[in-house]
Design a protein around this ligand. Structure first.
Ligand code: ZN
Length: 160
């Protein structure tokens, strides 16, 4: 069976950045299961996996624009500490959700200076060229329920 829209695909992968530093690896948490063609994965990787089958191994480089997008400097903002409900435990790297006109956005604290806090709404991997080393483990049909939920059920997926 080949990877195609609405198939459940199980992959082992290692993700590194341009300098060879490992960003994420299925060695740490087991294979990734996703449904092809519905936006579970970054578009660049879905495209490379289309038509592949169990046992196929591929090494692909995905430019930031087909990965987590280019960095958008307008998502970086300095806000006064007084706008935070609490500044207790406020530290660099902390993440929280904010309401924006475009909906909820996860932002990270990138700088704390005096009374000002810089928050960045870019995905941590925005602007990063992604190097994937992927092995397809299994391809199967998604169940109607999985398609309705938009995610994989069972081992390696959602349990509910
Ligand atoms: Zn579900």
């Amino acid at each position: 069976m080949q990877v195609a829209k609405n198939k459940v695909v199980s992959i082992d992968y290692k993700l590194t950045d341009g300098s060879g530093k490992t960003i994420d690896s299925s060695e740490n948490h087991g294979p990734l299961l996703y449904i092809q063609g519905i936006g579970n994965l970054i578009p660049g990787l879905e495209k490379e996996l289309e038509g592949k089958k169990a046992g196929d191994h591929l090494k692909v480089t995905i430019p930031a624009k087909d990965g987590y997008g280019e960095r958008n400097d307008s998502l970086c903002q300095s806000v006064p500490k007084s706008q935070f409900e609490s500044t207790e435990g406020l530290e660099i790297g902390m993440q929280f959700e904010v309401e924006t006109e475009q909906g909820e956005l996860v932002v990270s604290v990138t700088k704390i200076e005096g009374d000002m806090v810089t928050v960045d709404g870019n995905h941590p991997l925005a602007g990063v060229e992604l190097h994937f080393d992927v092995t397809v483990k299994e391809v199967r049909d998604a169940s109607a329920e999985e398609l309705a939920h938009g995610h994989v059920h069972g081992e390696g997926g959602h349990h509910h």
